[in-house]
Design a protein around this ligand. Structure first.
Ligand SMILES: Cc1ncc(COP(=O)(O)O)c(C=O)c1O
Length: 441
C-alpha cells in the first residue's frame, strides 16, 4: 500500500542522487517525473532474489512453466523459428533485455564518435520511438510547459505532449526563406524567447516530413546555438529523434547523430536520444526502441536515477516491452550480415531518392510547387503553389489513385520509401495534374 501524496523513499533516493550530481536535471523533471521511481523492492525484487536462490521450486513469477520452460501452445509456437521459448514468451525486464541494451549502447557509440568516452545512461528499451517520446513527456512536461519544434514535424508529438500532457508547442520555420537549408537564425531566435526558463526542444533528422538532414556546418550551428542558450541559463531538455538514422543519400549530410555534439555540451542541457530498430532495421511492427540520456555533468548515480524513473513509468503503464521483438533485434544486430543487408536496403531507398530528385524538379512542374530540400529518410515534401494541400491530396487520390499526405495548408508529403522507381514519374505527373485541376489552370 502507498500514500500517493508522499514521495516514495525510492523516488527520494533518485531525486537526492540528481540533486547531488545534476541539480538542473532534477529541476527539469515534471511533477510526475519527480514522483517516479522503479519499485525495485516489491514483487520484482523478491522474484529476482528467488531466481538466484530458489533451487527447489520457484513459485514467484507470474508466468506458467512446463518442463522448465514457459508454457506455450503449438498453434502459436509454429510461427517462430530460431528463438527459444524463453526468448519469446518470458517477460522481459521493464528496463529491457540487458544484452540488447548493452549491444545497442555499443552500436550508438560506434556510430557517434563525438561521444568519445563521455558517460551516458544505459539505453532503456521502449515500445519503439513513439513510446520513447511519450516517456520524455511523462518525465519532463507538466501542463503549460513549453516545447519548441520546427513547423515541419511529425504530428504525433502534438497528440502526445499537447493533447495527452497539456504542454504547449512553439514553432520556428525549418527552412530558410530561399529553401536552401536549415533555418539556423530562426531556430536560434526561437530558443532565445525562452531564455532562463525550462524548454523541451525536439530535433528530428532525417526529418519527417521534409527528408532533410543538416550539413556538418548546420549541425555545428545547431549545437552551438543550444549550448550558448544553455550557458545563458535556459534549462534545455533536447530530444534527438533519430527515427530515420542511417538513411543518408547525400555526401553533404551530417551522418553522426546530434546527440554526439549535445551529450556533453552543458550542465544545463540534458540530451535525450530517441532511437530504435523501427525504421533503421525495417521492423516497424516489432516495436523496439530506446531512450538514452546524456549530460555534461552526468554520473553513474544520476543516470541510474533517470533510468529508474523511466523504467518505473514503463512498469506503471505497460510493465515491459515485447520480448520476441527484443530477441529478434538483438540477434539481428549481432548477425555478421546485419550491416551488409541494411546497406542493401538503404541503397534501394537512395536510388529512389535520386529518381524523385529528378522527377519532382522537372521544369514543367515549376508552376505547381517548390520542393523542400531533401537528402535522407523516407520522405520528401512539396510546397504547393496556389492550391490547398488537402484538396489536392483528395483529387490526387480520387482522380489518379495516388495516395499522399497533406500537412498544413501547402505541404504535400510523398513517402518515396513506399514507391518503386518505376512508379515515381507517374506520381509527380499526377500530382501536377491534381494541382492544376484544383486551381482551375
Ligand atoms: C519523426 C518520427 N519519430 C518517431 C516515430 C515513431 O516511430 P515508431 O514506429 O518507432 O514508434 C515516427 C514514425 O513515423 C517518426 O516519423
Amino acid at each position: 500500500m502507498s500514500n500517493a501524496s508522499l514521495l516514495h523513499p525510492l523516488a527520494q533516493t533518485a531525486n537526492d542522487a540528481l540533486a547531488k550530481d545534476c541539480p538542473v536535471v532534477l529541476a527539469m523533471l515534471s511533477e510526475r517525473g519527480k514522483r517516479f521511481f522503479f519499485p525495485a523492492k516489491g514483487i520484482l525484487a523478491q522474484g529476482a532474489e528467488a531466481k538466484q536462490k530458489a533451487k527447489t521450486a520457484n513459485a514467484t513469477v507470474g508466468i506458467a512453466t512446463e518442463n522448465g520452460v514457459p508454457m506455450h501452445l503449438a498453434c502459436i509456437h509454429k510461427y517462430y523459428q530460431g528463438l527459444t521459448p524463453s526468448e519469446i514468451y518470458d517477460y522481459a525486464p521493464s528496463y529491457g533485455k540487458p544484452e540488447l541494451r548493452a549491444a545497442w549502447a555499443k552500436k550508438q557509440r560506434a556510430e557517434t564518435p563525438r561521444l568519445g568516452t563521455h558517460p551516458l545512461s544505459n539505453p532503456v528499451v521502449t515500445n519503439a520511438l513513439t513510446h520513447g517520446l511519450g516517456l520524455v513527456g511523462d518525465l519532463f512536461l507538466d501542463p503549460g510547459d513549453q516545447a519548441l519544434s520546427s513547423e515541419l514535424m511529425w504530428e504525433n508529438y502534438n497528440l502526445s505532449w499537447e493533447t495527452r500532457l497539456g504542454a504547449q508547442f512553439d514553432y520556428y520555420s525549418f527552412f530558410d526563406e530561399k529553401l536552401t537549408g536549415f533555418n539556423v537564425p530562426g531556430f536560434t531566435a526561437g530558443l532565445a524567447k525562452y531564455r532562463g526558463k525550462k524548454l523541451v526542444v525536439s530535433l528530428n533528422f532525417p526529418n519527417n516530413p521534409s527528408g532533410y538532414t543538416p550539413t556538418k556546418a548546420e549541425a555545428d550551428a545547431i549545437a552551438k546555438a543550444l549550448t550558448a542558450e544553455a550557458e545563458a541559463g535556459t534549462k534545455l531538455v533536447v530530444v534527438v529523434d533519430d527515427a530515420y538514422y542511417g538513411m543518408f543519400y547525400d555526401d553533404a549530410c551530417e551522418t553522426e547523430s546530434l546527440f554526439g555534439r549535445l551529450a556533453s555540451a552543458s550542465d544545463n542541457l540534458l540530451a535525450v536520444k530517441i532511437d530504435g530498430a523501427t525504421k533503421e532495421e525495417f521492423v516497424w511492427g516489432l516495436r523496439v526502441g530506446f531512450i538514452t540520456f546524456g549530460v555534461k555533468n552526468g554520473t553513474a548515480a544520476a543516470y541510474k536515477a533517470l533510468e529508474d524513473k523511466t523504467a518505473g513509468v514503463i512498469r506503471a503503464y505497460v510493465s515491459n516491452i515485447s520480448n520476441p521483438g527484443q530477441s529478434v533485434v538483438l540477434k539481428a544486430i549481432g548477425d555478421a550480415d546485419f550491416r551488409k543487408q541494411q546497406a542493401e536496403k538503404v541503397a534501394i531507398l537512395r536510388a529512389r531518392a535520386s529518381v524523385v530528385a529528378k522527377e519532382c524538379r522537372r521544369p514543367e512542374y515549376a508552376d505547381c510547387w517548390d520542393v523542400y530540400p531533401f537528402n535522407s529518410g523516407y520522405f520528401m515534401c512539396l510546397r504547393l503553389k496556389d492550391a490547398d494541400a488537402d484538396t489536392v491530396r483528395v483529387r490526387l487520390l480520387d482522380d489518379h489513385g495516388v495516395g499522399t499526405i497533406s500537412l498544413g495548408k501547402r505541404e504535400l508529403r510523398v513517402a518515396f520509401s513506399c514507391l518503386a522507381e518505376a512508379q515515381i514519374p507517374g506520381v509527380f505527373s499526377s500530382a501536377a495534374k491534381a494541382v492544376r485541376a484544383v486551381r482551375g489552370k
